[in-house]
Design a protein around this ligand. Structure first.
Ligand code: HEM
Length: 356
């Protein structure tokens, strides 16, 4: 697909990664006044991005907004994106892709941290009182685009036209120009990881650490990260997703992480990758990166096209559609959750009810 006058313009999902990013996940409070505030916000986002971006012409400032399944129904009603559903969990208890609360995702990117900070401030100002922020992560580029585990991350991403083709819906009359996005916040056991010989780490990722060259098929284990996450359709063509992962952390607190964010035309390929990683292919042949990485959040969102994002301000939800899934749209919270103090600590999730 080539973006053209015939297609609604997508949000800037397909941009190359920047030096800085901010990821914010928020839940929307129950009540029509709060819902109306979020809808009104939808019409102002583009203008706020222009205002901040104009002051930083070299910053390549951008913002992508996504909505979770139950928020879509409560805020906008029908029609709803066909494949939007609550985050599906994968894997056994000791190695689980968990679902956590999240109604709105903000993915802010810029070459400058001040650009991300200012845009996040302005966008969140307009939502104050209507939402509770449940997670906020400030990501940064680490040397030559490495994850904190020391491997270059993002090499096999599609780029340019290919990135658009794999991420932007083109054949859906209601939602053309839209995308699905899945996020997970991972925390790494860096002591355990660093205790592994480099050759073992390379077998886990499937690439050489220093040079980023892919291991040849004879050397690469079938459980390598890049063996389990490569998908093909029935004709042998690769199905790609677009990742915008960023390292984050607080060294003083011993916190080292990767914020995973994957865009695609459908949640299906991303979920298949999760199943391959967490359950294994075949089951049991799982991704050993998960022995050193714990997913502490998980959310699935729909990213409407730019014109639809603005038009959502005028939507009225009406009665919730029957999706056939009794757990699909639990009520939105009526009270803000206890202040989380910013970054979501792993301890705060212990015993928390799953969000599915
Ligand atoms: C702990 C979190 C993760 C880390 C640190 C990580 C790191 C990496 C690294 C270093 C590579 C190799 C270089 C590259 O092609 O980008 C890679 C590849 C890839 N990862 Fe991840 N990843 C993580 C989670 C995920 C998840 C959750 C998914 C999908 C659901 C995923 C999907 C992929 C894909 C599709 C590739 C490219 C495979 C290829 O075409 O060779 N990753 N990842």
């Amino acid at each position: 697909m080539t973006p053209s006058a015939a297609q609604p313009a997508p949000q800037p999902v397909h941009l190359p990664t920047t030096r800085h990013a901010v990821f914010i996940v928020a839940t929307v409070h129950h009540g029509e006044a709060h819902h109306a505030a979020v809808r009104a916000w939808c019409a102002n986002i583009a203008a706020i991005v222009r205002s901040v971006g104009q002051r930083l012409p070299d910053a390549r400032l951008s913002c992508v907004i996504g909505f979770g399944s139950r928020a879509w129904d409560a805020l906008f009603g029908a029609p709803r994106p066909a494949e939007l559903h609550p985050f599906r969990e994968f894997g056994p208890a000791e190695r689980r892709a968990v679902a956590t609360p999240g109604d709105i995702l903000l993915h802010i990117r810029a070459e400058q941290a001040d650009g991300c900070f200012e845009l996040a401030t302005r966008l969140m100002d307009e939502l104050r009182g209507a939402v509770t922020v449940v997670d906020e992560v400030q990501g940064f580029r680490y040397f030559d685009q490495r994850a904190v585990i020391g491997f270059v991350d993002g090499t096999e991403n599609p780029s340019g036209q290919e990135a658009i083709e794999f991420t932007v819906l083109d054949d859906d009359p209601e939602f053309a120009g839209g995308s699905y996005v899945l996020v997970q916040k991972y925390l790494h056991d860096m002591d355990g990881w660093n205790a592994l010989p480099v050759e073992v780490q390379e077998g886990i990722i499937g690439r050489r650490k220093l040079s980023d060259i892919e291991l040849d098929d004879a050397t690469k284990p079938s459980s390598a990260h890049n063996a389990l996450t490569v998908l093909e359709d029935e004709n042998g063509n690769e199905i790609k997703i677009l990742r915008g992962n960023m390292p984050f952390g607080r060294p003083g607190h011993g916190e080292f992480g990767t914020y995973f964010i994957g865009y695609a035309k459908s949640p299906q390929p991303i979920e298949q990758m999760l199943e391959n990683m967490f359950v294994g292919l075949p089951p049991g042949n799982y991704d050993r990166l998960l022995d050193f990485s714990t997913a502490v959040t998980g959310g699935l969102f729909f990213v409407p096209s730019l014109p639809l994002l603005e038009a959502l301000a005028e939507r009225q939800p009406g009665p919730a559609p029957d999706t056939g899934d009794p757990s699909a749209a639990p009520p939105l919270p009526s009270e803000p959750a206890a202040a989380s103090g910013g970054s979501l600590a792993i301890g705060s999730l212990k015993g928390a009810s799953r969000y599915e």
